[in-house]
Ligand binder design. Structure first.
Ligand SMILES: Cc1ncc(COP(=O)(O)O)c(C=O)c1O
Length: 378
């Protein structure tokens, strides 16, 4: 099922062609209202009760679980993908003769932590080179061997949307008893994911892109087998019994159930959680399958027009539907994004790829505008 255009739900002027959701999604009008409501509450702190410290937190957990297809107990609230990776890093151990797999040009939040773990443990960071045919899945399968202890992967590559078949990869990883950590920042909310088939140890997503949330919000899925692990912060709100503010100094070793122990300190963010809830609910109402199908229709149109104009697009069967990496014949001019922005066209350049990432608010005028102002650079 495809969805009708949703531009009226966002604050996007007619002459802005915002094709850059992989950079940052705009907030829904209703999310902005919810955020203002959260700010207003803090202006009158006597209206914020101890119960409020726990209510939105649990709504976020429940909605995130609905999007991921897991139990609310498996969700932890984090402020960034890097925080989720740090949590995973803290709870996975490696031997010095083992290897950690990452992809060439992977987003740094899912690399620096593993560099550090490699330094600490003596393990080797093994980078899978970008395959010429865009088939990352096969390249990853070829790289897995008995030394592999951990694979830290995305669902699609952040530079150009090239796809990783996590179901196939995870089946191979399980044969070698390899831990899997997924950074789903560039896919969750726009691309369906079967958590039961992928069975990651940890899966993190920053929420300010395809999850339509505000900046500084993220969610971390923690597999049940890691839910007795060690959080990176010795917090208080995630301890058992923290609902009773009168008894907080009866210090407790026990945590709240499931992945709550890994929650960020001051997780009850009164300004950011209400708009996050609105964004999550909207995604659930549209449905991730329908979002993917609708955006795929748009990227297919853009890809066809790009190819007609002599641009190079990655292999369709290895590309996430919501994502497009366009390569210009003579390379990307250094001023391209600034030049396009001056005409109200917004895309990103990542490596040698012009990243075009539409969402349900984009229309055919936006696509025309993109090609009109790209034309002089071809
Ligand atoms: C794949 C990927 N992961 C994570 C992030 C953001 O990371 P963090 O939340 O650590 O700032 C981005 C931002 O572009 C990204 O593309």
């Amino acid at each position: 099922m495809t969805l009708p255009n949703q531009r009226s739900l966002f604050d996007i002027p007619r002459d802005v062609a915002y094709l850059n959701c992989a950079y940052m999604s705009p907030l829904l009008h209703s999310a902005i209202e919810a955020g203002i409501g959260g700010m207003r509450a803090k202006a009158r702190p006597w209206t914020i009760t101890p119960t409020d410290f726990f209510s939105d937190v649990e709504i976020v957990r429940r909605l995130a679980a609905t999007i991921i297809g897991c139990d609310a107990n498996d969700i932890s609230l984090v402020p960034a993908a890097s925080y989720g990776i740090a949590t995973a890093m803290q709870n996975l151990s490696l031997a010095s003769d083992q290897e950690i797999l990452v992809l060439e040009e992977q987003f740094p939040s899912n690399v620096y932590g593993w560099m550090e773990l490699a330094r600490r443990s003596g393990a080797k960071l093994k980078t899978v080179p970008r395959p010429a045919d865009d088939d990352w899945t096969q390249a990853i399968l070829n790289a897995i061997n008995s030394k592999t202890a951990l694979a830290a992967l995305p669902h699609c590559h952040w530079t150009d949307g090239s796809l990783i078949d996590l179901e196939l990869v995870s089946a191979s990883l399980r044969k070698y008893d390899v831990a899997l950590v997924v950074d789903a920042t560039q896919s969750l909310g726009a691309m369906p994911l079967d958590i039961n088939r992928i069975q990651p140890d940890f899966l993190v997503a920053a929420c300010y892109k395809w999850l339509l949330g505000p900046y500084s919000t993220g969610i971390l899925y923690v597999a049940p087998k890691h839910q007795n692990g060690q959080p990176i912060e010795p917090g208080w709100a995630n301890r058992a019994g923290s609902e009773d503010f009168t008894a907080l100094v009866n210090y407790r070793d026990e945590y709240q159930a499931g992945a709550r122990r890994f929650d960020i300190g001051e997780r009850s963010n009164f300004a950011l959680l209400p708009p996050l809830i609105v964004g999550f609910q909207q995604i659930i109402d549209w449905g991730v399958d329908a979002i993917q199908e609708t955006i795929t229709g748009m990227t297919d149109i853009i890809a066809n027009r790009a190819e007609e104009n002599g641009l190079r697009i990655g292999n369709r069967s290895h590309r996430a539907g919501h994502f497009l990496g366009v390569r210009l014949p003579g390379g990307v001019p250094s001023n391209l994004t600034v030049e396009l922005a001056s005409h109200g066209v917004f895309v990103s350049v990542r490596g040698d790829s012009v990243r075009v990432t539409p969402h349900l608010y984009n229309n055919s005028d936006d696509v025309d505008r993109l090609f009109e102002f790209l034309a002089p650079h071809l």
